[in-house]
Design a protein around this ligand. Structure first.
Ligand code: KE4
Length: 434
Protein backbone atom coordinates (compact mmCIF):
# COMPACT_ATOMS: atom_id res chain seq x y z
CA UNK A 1 0.00 0.00 0.00
CA UNK A 2 1.59 3.18 -1.22
CA UNK A 3 0.75 6.26 0.79
CA UNK A 4 1.67 9.79 -0.18
CA UNK A 5 1.26 12.64 2.21
CA UNK A 6 0.23 16.10 0.94
CA UNK A 7 3.84 16.68 -0.02
CA UNK A 8 3.70 13.46 -2.06
CA UNK A 9 2.03 13.05 -5.41
CA UNK A 10 -1.72 12.62 -5.29
CA UNK A 11 -2.61 13.48 -8.90
CA UNK A 12 -6.21 12.29 -8.86
CA UNK A 13 -7.11 14.25 -5.72
CA UNK A 14 -5.24 17.31 -6.95
CA UNK A 15 -7.17 17.26 -10.23
CA UNK A 16 -10.49 16.77 -8.45
CA UNK A 17 -9.69 19.59 -6.04
CA UNK A 18 -8.76 21.90 -8.92
CA UNK A 19 -12.24 21.31 -10.35
CA UNK A 20 -13.91 21.58 -6.95
CA UNK A 21 -12.37 25.03 -6.52
CA UNK A 22 -14.36 26.09 -9.59
CA UNK A 23 -17.62 24.78 -8.12
CA UNK A 24 -17.47 25.40 -4.38
CA UNK A 25 -16.14 28.18 -2.12
CA UNK A 26 -12.80 26.89 -0.90
CA UNK A 27 -13.39 23.73 -2.94
CA UNK A 28 -15.37 22.08 -0.15
CA UNK A 29 -18.90 21.72 1.13
CA UNK A 30 -17.92 22.05 4.75
CA UNK A 31 -14.99 24.27 5.80
CA UNK A 32 -13.18 21.90 8.15
CA UNK A 33 -12.58 19.53 5.21
CA UNK A 34 -10.37 22.11 3.49
CA UNK A 35 -7.16 21.23 5.43
CA UNK A 36 -6.71 24.95 6.17
CA UNK A 37 -5.49 24.14 9.71
CA UNK A 38 -2.87 21.62 8.63
CA UNK A 39 -1.85 22.91 5.19
CA UNK A 40 -1.86 21.20 1.84
CA UNK A 41 -4.91 20.34 -0.24
CA UNK A 42 -7.58 17.91 0.89
CA UNK A 43 -7.61 14.42 -0.57
CA UNK A 44 -10.72 13.03 -2.19
CA UNK A 45 -12.26 9.78 -0.95
CA UNK A 46 -14.06 7.57 -3.44
CA UNK A 47 -15.29 4.88 -1.05
CA UNK A 48 -15.08 3.64 2.51
CA UNK A 49 -15.47 0.23 4.11
CA UNK A 50 -15.12 -0.70 7.77
CA UNK A 51 -12.32 1.33 9.33
CA UNK A 52 -10.84 2.33 5.96
CA UNK A 53 -11.38 5.12 3.49
CA UNK A 54 -10.07 4.77 -0.07
CA UNK A 55 -8.65 7.91 -1.67
CA UNK A 56 -9.06 8.87 -5.31
CA UNK A 57 -5.39 7.88 -5.70
CA UNK A 58 -6.06 4.37 -4.48
CA UNK A 59 -4.63 4.73 -0.96
CA UNK A 60 -6.42 2.88 1.86
CA UNK A 61 -6.22 4.90 5.09
CA UNK A 62 -7.10 3.85 8.62
CA UNK A 63 -9.92 6.31 9.30
CA UNK A 64 -10.29 7.98 12.72
CA UNK A 65 -12.60 10.75 11.47
CA UNK A 66 -15.48 8.38 10.75
CA UNK A 67 -17.35 11.07 8.79
CA UNK A 68 -17.12 13.23 11.98
CA UNK A 69 -18.89 10.75 14.22
CA UNK A 70 -21.74 8.88 12.50
CA UNK A 71 -19.65 5.84 11.47
CA UNK A 72 -19.57 4.19 14.90
CA UNK A 73 -19.93 0.78 13.19
CA UNK A 74 -17.37 1.70 10.56
CA UNK A 75 -18.28 2.51 6.97
CA UNK A 76 -20.72 0.60 4.74
CA UNK A 77 -21.75 -1.80 7.50
CA UNK A 78 -23.89 -4.51 5.84
CA UNK A 79 -26.71 -4.08 8.38
CA UNK A 80 -26.91 -0.35 7.62
CA UNK A 81 -26.50 -0.65 3.85
CA UNK A 82 -29.12 -3.40 3.73
CA UNK A 83 -31.58 -1.36 5.78
CA UNK A 84 -31.13 1.70 3.55
CA UNK A 85 -31.52 -0.38 0.37
CA UNK A 86 -34.72 -1.95 1.68
CA UNK A 87 -36.13 1.43 2.70
CA UNK A 88 -35.13 3.07 -0.59
CA UNK A 89 -37.00 0.41 -2.54
CA UNK A 90 -40.17 1.60 -0.81
CA UNK A 91 -39.65 5.28 -1.66
CA UNK A 92 -36.78 7.58 -0.81
CA UNK A 93 -38.99 10.18 0.88
CA UNK A 94 -42.65 10.13 1.82
CA UNK A 95 -43.31 13.42 3.57
CA UNK A 96 -45.98 11.45 5.40
CA UNK A 97 -45.68 9.99 8.91
CA UNK A 98 -44.11 6.54 8.58
CA UNK A 99 -43.66 3.61 11.01
CA UNK A 100 -39.87 3.90 10.92
CA UNK A 101 -40.11 7.22 12.78
CA UNK A 102 -41.85 5.47 15.67
CA UNK A 103 -39.31 2.64 15.61
CA UNK A 104 -36.32 4.96 15.87
CA UNK A 105 -38.05 7.15 18.47
CA UNK A 106 -38.70 4.09 20.64
CA UNK A 107 -35.01 3.15 20.52
CA UNK A 108 -33.87 6.69 21.35
CA UNK A 109 -36.28 7.01 24.29
CA UNK A 110 -35.31 3.57 25.62
CA UNK A 111 -31.67 4.70 25.76
CA UNK A 112 -32.12 8.32 26.90
CA UNK A 113 -34.93 8.49 29.49
CA UNK A 114 -34.74 12.30 29.73
CA UNK A 115 -36.24 12.35 26.23
CA UNK A 116 -39.99 12.00 26.75
CA UNK A 117 -40.88 13.42 23.31
CA UNK A 118 -38.70 14.34 20.33
CA UNK A 119 -38.76 15.84 16.85
CA UNK A 120 -36.63 14.58 13.96
CA UNK A 121 -34.92 17.06 11.65
CA UNK A 122 -32.06 16.88 9.17
CA UNK A 123 -28.86 18.00 10.86
CA UNK A 124 -27.30 18.72 14.21
CA UNK A 125 -27.42 22.41 13.34
CA UNK A 126 -31.17 22.22 12.88
CA UNK A 127 -31.57 20.29 16.13
CA UNK A 128 -29.61 22.85 18.17
CA UNK A 129 -31.12 25.88 16.46
CA UNK A 130 -34.64 24.51 16.99
CA UNK A 131 -33.98 23.57 20.62
CA UNK A 132 -32.85 27.14 21.33
CA UNK A 133 -35.94 28.59 19.62
CA UNK A 134 -38.14 26.17 21.58
CA UNK A 135 -36.50 27.17 24.87
CA UNK A 136 -37.03 30.84 24.06
CA UNK A 137 -40.67 30.16 23.19
CA UNK A 138 -41.19 28.07 26.34
CA UNK A 139 -39.66 30.61 28.75
CA UNK A 140 -40.57 33.83 26.95
CA UNK A 141 -36.95 34.92 27.50
CA UNK A 142 -34.32 35.79 24.88
CA UNK A 143 -30.90 35.28 26.51
CA UNK A 144 -28.92 32.07 26.04
CA UNK A 145 -25.58 30.81 27.34
CA UNK A 146 -22.98 28.81 25.44
CA UNK A 147 -19.34 28.04 26.20
CA UNK A 148 -16.37 29.22 24.20
CA UNK A 149 -15.02 26.52 21.90
CA UNK A 150 -18.25 24.54 21.95
CA UNK A 151 -19.85 24.11 18.55
CA UNK A 152 -23.56 23.63 18.03
CA UNK A 153 -23.80 23.96 14.26
CA UNK A 154 -24.09 27.16 12.26
CA UNK A 155 -27.35 28.63 13.56
CA UNK A 156 -26.92 32.41 13.96
CA UNK A 157 -27.33 32.55 17.73
CA UNK A 158 -24.76 29.81 18.20
CA UNK A 159 -22.00 31.08 15.91
CA UNK A 160 -20.60 33.12 18.76
CA UNK A 161 -17.15 32.06 19.97
CA UNK A 162 -17.89 28.71 18.29
CA UNK A 163 -15.55 25.75 17.96
CA UNK A 164 -14.88 23.17 15.24
CA UNK A 165 -14.43 24.67 11.77
CA UNK A 166 -15.26 28.18 12.99
CA UNK A 167 -12.39 28.04 15.47
CA UNK A 168 -10.11 26.23 13.04
CA UNK A 169 -10.51 29.03 10.53
CA UNK A 170 -10.16 31.75 13.17
CA UNK A 171 -13.79 32.82 12.70
CA UNK A 172 -15.37 31.85 16.02
CA UNK A 173 -17.65 34.87 15.58
CA UNK A 174 -19.00 34.52 12.05
CA UNK A 175 -19.62 37.50 9.79
CA UNK A 176 -23.28 37.87 8.92
CA UNK A 177 -24.62 37.34 12.43
CA UNK A 178 -26.45 40.54 13.50
CA UNK A 179 -24.87 42.16 16.55
CA UNK A 180 -28.30 42.55 18.16
CA UNK A 181 -28.72 38.77 17.98
CA UNK A 182 -25.17 37.87 19.03
CA UNK A 183 -25.56 40.09 22.11
CA UNK A 184 -28.27 37.73 23.34
CA UNK A 185 -25.70 34.93 23.50
CA UNK A 186 -23.61 35.00 26.68
CA UNK A 187 -20.36 33.07 26.27
CA UNK A 188 -18.55 31.60 29.28
CA UNK A 189 -15.28 29.75 29.63
CA UNK A 190 -16.05 26.05 30.22
CA UNK A 191 -15.22 24.64 33.68
CA UNK A 192 -15.20 28.09 35.35
CA UNK A 193 -17.69 27.74 38.22
CA UNK A 194 -17.18 31.31 39.43
CA UNK A 195 -18.04 32.75 36.02
CA UNK A 196 -21.13 30.56 35.98
CA UNK A 197 -22.24 31.77 39.42
CA UNK A 198 -21.70 35.41 38.46
CA UNK A 199 -23.62 35.11 35.20
CA UNK A 200 -26.63 33.49 36.83
CA UNK A 201 -26.56 36.00 39.67
CA UNK A 202 -26.84 38.88 37.21
CA UNK A 203 -28.73 37.38 34.27
CA UNK A 204 -30.43 34.20 35.50
CA UNK A 205 -33.87 35.77 35.30
CA UNK A 206 -33.45 36.70 31.62
CA UNK A 207 -32.01 33.43 30.32
CA UNK A 208 -34.04 31.03 28.18
CA UNK A 209 -31.42 28.30 27.90
CA UNK A 210 -27.93 27.06 28.46
CA UNK A 211 -26.61 24.88 25.66
CA UNK A 212 -23.42 22.85 25.96
CA UNK A 213 -21.54 19.77 24.95
CA UNK A 214 -21.32 17.80 28.21
CA UNK A 215 -17.88 16.65 26.98
CA UNK A 216 -16.67 19.47 24.72
CA UNK A 217 -15.18 17.95 21.56
CA UNK A 218 -15.03 20.86 19.13
CA UNK A 219 -11.86 22.38 20.51
CA UNK A 220 -10.15 19.03 20.72
CA UNK A 221 -11.57 17.08 23.66
CA UNK A 222 -11.72 18.00 27.33
CA UNK A 223 -13.74 16.93 30.32
CA UNK A 224 -15.99 18.75 32.80
CA UNK A 225 -14.33 19.23 36.18
CA UNK A 226 -15.99 17.30 39.02
CA UNK A 227 -19.15 19.11 40.17
CA UNK A 228 -19.26 21.56 37.27
CA UNK A 229 -22.22 20.05 35.43
CA UNK A 230 -24.06 19.52 38.70
CA UNK A 231 -23.64 23.24 39.50
CA UNK A 232 -24.91 24.16 36.05
CA UNK A 233 -27.92 21.88 36.45
CA UNK A 234 -28.73 23.47 39.84
CA UNK A 235 -28.50 27.00 38.43
CA UNK A 236 -30.82 26.10 35.54
CA UNK A 237 -33.36 24.50 37.88
CA UNK A 238 -33.27 27.45 40.29
CA UNK A 239 -33.74 30.07 37.57
CA UNK A 240 -36.13 28.17 35.29
CA UNK A 241 -33.53 28.06 32.51
CA UNK A 242 -33.75 25.21 29.98
CA UNK A 243 -30.65 22.97 30.19
CA UNK A 244 -29.91 21.83 26.63
CA UNK A 245 -27.35 19.02 26.25
CA UNK A 246 -25.91 18.99 22.75
CA UNK A 247 -25.24 15.28 22.24
CA UNK A 248 -25.03 15.45 18.46
CA UNK A 249 -21.56 13.93 18.72
CA UNK A 250 -21.64 12.13 22.09
CA UNK A 251 -25.15 10.68 21.85
CA UNK A 252 -25.02 6.85 21.80
CA UNK A 253 -21.24 7.15 21.36
CA UNK A 254 -19.89 7.76 24.87
CA UNK A 255 -22.32 5.25 26.38
CA UNK A 256 -25.56 3.50 25.40
CA UNK A 257 -27.35 6.57 26.77
CA UNK A 258 -24.73 9.09 25.70
CA UNK A 259 -22.72 11.51 27.81
CA UNK A 260 -25.68 12.21 30.08
CA UNK A 261 -25.71 8.54 31.15
CA UNK A 262 -21.91 8.48 31.53
CA UNK A 263 -21.88 11.68 33.63
CA UNK A 264 -25.20 11.27 35.45
CA UNK A 265 -26.70 14.54 34.21
CA UNK A 266 -30.41 15.02 33.42
CA UNK A 267 -30.94 17.82 30.87
CA UNK A 268 -34.30 19.35 29.95
CA UNK A 269 -33.65 19.01 26.22
CA UNK A 270 -31.12 16.94 24.26
CA UNK A 271 -29.91 17.51 20.70
CA UNK A 272 -28.91 14.50 18.62
CA UNK A 273 -27.56 13.79 15.14
CA UNK A 274 -24.84 11.78 13.38
CA UNK A 275 -25.13 8.23 14.81
CA UNK A 276 -28.96 8.22 14.82
CA UNK A 277 -28.85 8.58 11.04
CA UNK A 278 -26.14 5.97 10.47
CA UNK A 279 -24.41 8.41 8.12
CA UNK A 280 -27.52 9.80 6.44
CA UNK A 281 -28.66 13.40 7.02
CA UNK A 282 -30.42 13.51 10.37
CA UNK A 283 -30.93 15.46 13.57
CA UNK A 284 -33.31 15.28 16.49
CA UNK A 285 -34.12 17.23 19.62
CA UNK A 286 -36.23 16.08 22.51
CA UNK A 287 -36.82 16.13 26.23
CA UNK A 288 -39.48 17.20 28.71
CA UNK A 289 -43.05 16.84 27.41
CA UNK A 290 -44.10 20.24 28.80
CA UNK A 291 -41.40 21.89 26.71
CA UNK A 292 -41.74 19.76 23.57
CA UNK A 293 -45.51 20.27 23.46
CA UNK A 294 -44.90 23.97 22.74
CA UNK A 295 -43.82 22.95 19.25
CA UNK A 296 -46.12 23.36 16.25
CA UNK A 297 -48.59 22.05 15.27
CA UNK A 298 -49.97 22.05 18.84
CA UNK A 299 -47.81 24.83 20.22
CA UNK A 300 -46.70 28.32 19.19
CA UNK A 301 -43.06 27.52 18.35
CA UNK A 302 -42.68 26.75 14.67
CA UNK A 303 -40.25 24.16 13.34
CA UNK A 304 -40.59 22.03 10.18
CA UNK A 305 -38.70 20.06 7.51
CA UNK A 306 -39.49 18.42 4.18
CA UNK A 307 -37.23 15.46 4.86
CA UNK A 308 -37.67 15.23 8.63
CA UNK A 309 -38.23 11.59 9.62
CA UNK A 310 -36.94 10.52 6.21
CA UNK A 311 -37.36 6.71 5.93
CA UNK A 312 -33.78 6.14 4.73
CA UNK A 313 -32.24 8.03 7.66
CA UNK A 314 -34.64 6.35 10.06
CA UNK A 315 -33.77 2.89 8.69
CA UNK A 316 -30.04 3.61 8.91
CA UNK A 317 -30.38 4.90 12.47
CA UNK A 318 -32.44 1.90 13.59
CA UNK A 319 -29.91 -0.52 12.07
CA UNK A 320 -27.00 1.34 13.66
CA UNK A 321 -28.44 1.38 17.18
CA UNK A 322 -29.58 -2.25 16.93
CA UNK A 323 -26.20 -3.48 15.65
CA UNK A 324 -24.30 -1.43 18.23
CA UNK A 325 -26.31 -3.20 20.91
CA UNK A 326 -26.04 -6.64 19.29
CA UNK A 327 -22.24 -6.55 19.22
CA UNK A 328 -21.89 -4.94 22.68
CA UNK A 329 -20.27 -2.06 20.84
CA UNK A 330 -19.46 0.17 23.81
CA UNK A 331 -17.50 -2.61 25.52
CA UNK A 332 -15.55 -3.22 22.31
CA UNK A 333 -14.87 0.49 21.84
CA UNK A 334 -13.54 0.76 25.41
CA UNK A 335 -11.15 -2.15 24.80
CA UNK A 336 -9.83 -0.43 21.67
CA UNK A 337 -9.59 2.88 23.53
CA UNK A 338 -7.56 1.37 26.36
CA UNK A 339 -5.13 -0.13 23.85
CA UNK A 340 -4.79 3.27 22.23
CA UNK A 341 -4.21 5.01 25.58
CA UNK A 342 -1.34 2.69 26.37
CA UNK A 343 0.23 2.85 22.93
CA UNK A 344 0.03 6.61 22.54
CA UNK A 345 1.49 7.19 25.99
CA UNK A 346 4.41 4.91 25.16
CA UNK A 347 4.93 6.60 21.78
CA UNK A 348 5.00 10.09 23.35
CA UNK A 349 7.40 8.94 26.09
CA UNK A 350 9.72 7.29 23.56
CA UNK A 351 9.81 10.46 21.47
CA UNK A 352 10.20 12.71 24.52
CA UNK A 353 7.36 14.88 23.23
CA UNK A 354 4.86 16.54 25.65
CA UNK A 355 1.44 15.24 24.66
CA UNK A 356 -1.82 15.66 26.57
CA UNK A 357 -3.72 12.58 25.42
CA UNK A 358 -7.44 12.82 26.10
CA UNK A 359 -9.86 9.98 25.57
CA UNK A 360 -13.46 9.46 26.63
CA UNK A 361 -14.92 6.21 25.33
CA UNK A 362 -14.39 6.13 21.58
CA UNK A 363 -13.48 9.82 21.23
CA UNK A 364 -9.91 11.03 21.59
CA UNK A 365 -7.58 13.94 21.02
CA UNK A 366 -3.85 14.68 21.34
CA UNK A 367 -2.77 18.19 22.37
CA UNK A 368 0.91 19.05 22.01
CA UNK A 369 1.51 20.75 25.33
CA UNK A 370 2.87 19.78 28.74
CA UNK A 371 -0.03 21.54 30.48
CA UNK A 372 -3.44 19.95 31.22
CA UNK A 373 -6.32 21.07 28.99
CA UNK A 374 -9.58 21.93 30.75
CA UNK A 375 -11.00 24.62 28.47
CA UNK A 376 -10.50 26.51 25.22
CA UNK A 377 -7.81 28.83 26.60
CA UNK A 378 -5.72 25.78 27.54
CA UNK A 379 -6.35 24.20 24.13
CA UNK A 380 -5.22 27.39 22.37
CA UNK A 381 -1.88 27.17 24.19
CA UNK A 382 -1.08 23.83 22.56
CA UNK A 383 1.42 23.70 19.72
CA UNK A 384 -0.79 23.65 16.64
CA UNK A 385 2.12 23.80 14.19
CA UNK A 386 3.37 20.58 15.75
CA UNK A 387 -0.14 19.12 15.42
CA UNK A 388 -0.12 19.98 11.70
CA UNK A 389 3.22 18.19 11.26
CA UNK A 390 1.83 15.23 13.21
CA UNK A 391 -1.24 15.11 10.97
CA UNK A 392 0.86 14.92 7.80
CA UNK A 393 3.31 12.43 9.24
CA UNK A 394 0.42 10.14 10.21
CA UNK A 395 -1.25 10.62 6.84
CA UNK A 396 1.97 9.67 5.07
CA UNK A 397 1.88 6.44 7.12
CA UNK A 398 -1.67 5.64 6.11
CA UNK A 399 -3.48 6.99 9.16
CA UNK A 400 -6.15 9.68 8.75
CA UNK A 401 -6.83 11.74 11.86
CA UNK A 402 -8.96 14.91 11.89
CA UNK A 403 -7.27 17.72 9.92
CA UNK A 404 -7.55 20.14 12.83
CA UNK A 405 -6.42 20.33 16.44
CA UNK A 406 -9.94 21.49 17.25
CA UNK A 407 -11.63 18.21 16.40
CA UNK A 408 -11.87 14.83 18.09
CA UNK A 409 -10.89 11.42 16.73
CA UNK A 410 -13.38 8.55 16.60
CA UNK A 411 -12.99 4.82 17.06
CA UNK A 412 -15.50 2.43 15.52
CA UNK A 413 -16.39 -1.19 16.15
CA UNK A 414 -14.78 -1.89 12.77
CA UNK A 415 -11.31 -0.93 14.07
CA UNK A 416 -9.16 -3.83 15.22
CA UNK A 417 -6.35 -4.19 17.72
CA UNK A 418 -4.06 -4.60 14.70
CA UNK A 419 -5.27 -1.18 13.45
CA UNK A 420 -4.42 0.31 16.85
CA UNK A 421 -0.99 -1.33 16.79
CA UNK A 422 -0.34 0.05 13.30
CA UNK A 423 -1.53 3.47 14.39
CA UNK A 424 0.68 3.48 17.47
CA UNK A 425 3.67 2.38 15.38
CA UNK A 426 2.96 5.23 12.95
CA UNK A 427 2.65 7.67 15.88
CA UNK A 428 5.92 6.43 17.40
CA UNK A 429 7.58 7.09 14.05
CA UNK A 430 5.83 10.40 13.43
CA UNK A 431 6.42 11.85 16.89
CA UNK A 432 10.15 11.35 16.49
CA UNK A 433 10.07 13.67 13.46
CA UNK A 434 8.17 16.50 15.14
P1 KE4 B 1 -24.31 19.22 11.71
O1 KE4 B 1 -25.20 20.41 11.37
O2 KE4 B 1 -22.92 19.35 11.13
O3 KE4 B 1 -24.98 17.87 11.42
O4 KE4 B 1 -24.14 19.19 13.32
C1 KE4 B 1 -23.66 20.36 13.96
C2 KE4 B 1 -23.07 19.97 15.30
C3 KE4 B 1 -23.79 20.21 16.46
N1 KE4 B 1 -23.30 19.88 17.67
C4 KE4 B 1 -22.09 19.30 17.80
C5 KE4 B 1 -21.59 18.95 19.17
C6 KE4 B 1 -21.31 19.02 16.65
O5 KE4 B 1 -20.08 18.46 16.80
C7 KE4 B 1 -21.80 19.36 15.38
C8 KE4 B 1 -21.02 19.12 14.11
N2 KE4 B 1 -19.75 18.50 14.27
C9 KE4 B 1 -18.75 18.89 13.28
C10 KE4 B 1 -17.43 18.19 13.65
N3 KE4 B 1 -16.95 18.68 14.91
C11 KE4 B 1 -19.20 18.57 11.89
C12 KE4 B 1 -18.11 18.59 10.84
C13 KE4 B 1 -18.32 19.71 9.85
O6 KE4 B 1 -18.73 20.82 10.25
O7 KE4 B 1 -18.04 19.45 8.64
Amino acid sequence: MENHGPTGLRPASEALFAEALRHFPGGVNSPVRAFRAVGGNPFFAVSAMGARVRTADGDDLIDYVGTWGPAILGHAHPAVVGAVQAAAAKGTSLGIPNPLENELARRIKARIPSIEKLRFCNSGTEACMSAVRLARGFTGRDGIVKFDGCYHGHGDSLLVRAGSGALTLGQPDSAGVPGDLARLTHVLPFNDARALDALFAHHGHELAAVILELVPANAGLYLPRPGYLEALRAHCTRHGVVFIADEVMTGFRLARGGAQELLGVVPDLTCLGKIIGGGLPVGAFGGRTDIMDRLAPGGPVYQAGTLSGNPLAMAAGIATLDELERVHGHQRLEELGLAMDEGMADAARAAGIPVQWRRVGSMFCAYFTDQPVWNLADALRSDRARFARFFHAMFARGVYVAPSQFEAGFLSTAHTIEDIERTVAAARDALRLL
